[in-house]
Design a protein around this ligand. Structure first.
Ligand code: GAF
Length: 386
């Protein structure tokens, strides 16, 4: 599937720069089985890299200037590494600028480069194309200039680049893009960054993403607000229970005992977080035991928490999950990623995939006048040098 992307990217590079690329890098998007809005709350998440990637081709420019071409956008820009790096109105370039700035701020020494990239990760679908962009670029520059950077530091610098662009995200997306492994999900402790791989064996069920094809503009501001609401909630919990260092140390009983100390909104947010951290642990055990029905139930619980307590869903996503809940062939579904649009992740009984897809596309088109897209998930390796 990615062969064509690699060929097109290399050919475009040769046409643009008159030379063959010195390095080619594939950088994947991600799914998340469960543990949503939990990375920046220091809990556990269960993501995996997928076979949708950004392909980058690189060479040294042998000057202080870099030229970057986004094939899909038909746009390009130049970056002078001797000048201080500023945000631009052209959003996609900020991820590149942010990455270069991170490398510079961390004292890495490198020269100009030429880069062409092209992607088959749908943008705005909650599959983390921005993390793939940051991590792929970091990885490519590291390879090109032989920089000594650990995988985890690629993820951390990618996250910092995203913060600089304006979203105060957690570490999940960058970490899974870099650490992904074929047919494995990653149970990541976002507090310590320790992680373990678990078999992505969903037995009689296929993992299918339904792309709502909507992205509500609230995303960035609401995302950053959720983070602040959780910080406020955590400091109230700590005042009452000094032994609690992060949400994972707090039981639901403790939280309920001080419910009147929070505003109703902040209580809803922290109640979701405490329950979701617990759900990830149970979901991972269920996956290990092959109890996919229990895993599915937990996905539904997460969805209703994200919709009613965390309030990051929208009408389109709620309709998709409500319909999934009523469908016998689907044992679990929920909004995946930051929310306010993008994809739902669904566990669909094998053999029923086509009938489910037909039913949902017709219903979605009739209700919202929007075409629903589907992605069959293949869990794949993280950022790779070809
Ligand atoms: C976005 C963020 F980038 C992640 O860090 C994570 O918080 C996710 O939303 C929600 O789980 O993808």
């Amino acid at each position: 599937m990615n062969d064509i992307l690699i060929q097109t990217t290399s050919a475009f590079f040769e046409k643009s720069f008159g030379s063959v690329p010195q390095k080619i890098v594939l950088s994947p998007g991600r799914i998340n089985i469960i543990g949503e809005h939990i990375d920046y709350n220091d809990g556990y998440v269960l993501p995996a890299a997928i076979d949708k990637v950004i392909c980058f081709a690189f060479e040294k420019s042998n000057t202080k200037k870099s030229k970057i071409i986004a094939i899909d956008l038909k746009e390009e820009f130049e970056l002078d590494l001797t000048e201080s790096i500023q945000l631009s109105d052209i959003i996609w370039t900020n991820y590149i600028r942010g990455v270069v700035k991170q490398l510079q701020d961390n004292g890495f020494s490198f020269e100009g480069f030429n880069c062409v990239f092209s992607s088959n990760i749908p943008v705005g679908s909650g599959l983390s194309s921005s993390a793939a962009l940051e991590c792929g670029l970091l990885f490519g520059i590291k390879e090109l200039f032989d920089l000594k950077i650990e995988k985890v530091d690629i993820a951390l610098m990618g996250q910092k680049a995203e913060h600089w662009v304006g979203i105060n995200c957690g570490i999940m997306d960058q970490f899974s893009s870099v650490h992904g492994l074929e047919n494995k999900v990653i149970k990541l402790d976002c507090n310590t960054l320790e992680f373990e791989y678990h078999d992505a064996d969903f037995k009689d069920y296929s993992v299918i993403l339904f792309d709502s094809n909507v992205k509500h503009s609230l995303f960035t501001s609401e995302y950053n607000t959720r983070r602040l609401e959780c910080e406020e909630g955590l400091s109230i919990i700590k005042n009452h229970f000094p032994e609690v260092k992060s949400f994972r140390d707090c039981t639901e009983e403790q939280l309920l005992s001080i419910q009147d100390q929070f505003t109703p909104i902040v209580f809803k947010r922290v109640h979701f977080v405490v329950k979701e951290i617990n759900r990830v642990i149970r979901a991972c055990e269920a996956l290990d035991k092959g109890n996919i029905k229990l895993l599915g139930q937990l996905l539904f619980e997460t969805h209703y928490g994200l919709s009613q307590e965390y309030e990051v869903s929208c009408a389109e996503l709620d309709m998709l999950v409500d319909t999934a809940k009523a469908d016998e062939a689907i044992i679990g579904a929920r909004v995946m990623g930051g929310g306010f649009g993008g994809c739902t992740i669904n566990l669909v009984e094998k053999g029923h995939e086509n009938e489910v897809k037909r039913k949902f596309s017709n219903l979605y088109l009739d209700t919202f006048g929007i075409e629903l897209k589907f992605y069959d998930v293949k869990i794949s390796n993280g950022t790779t040098l070809l």
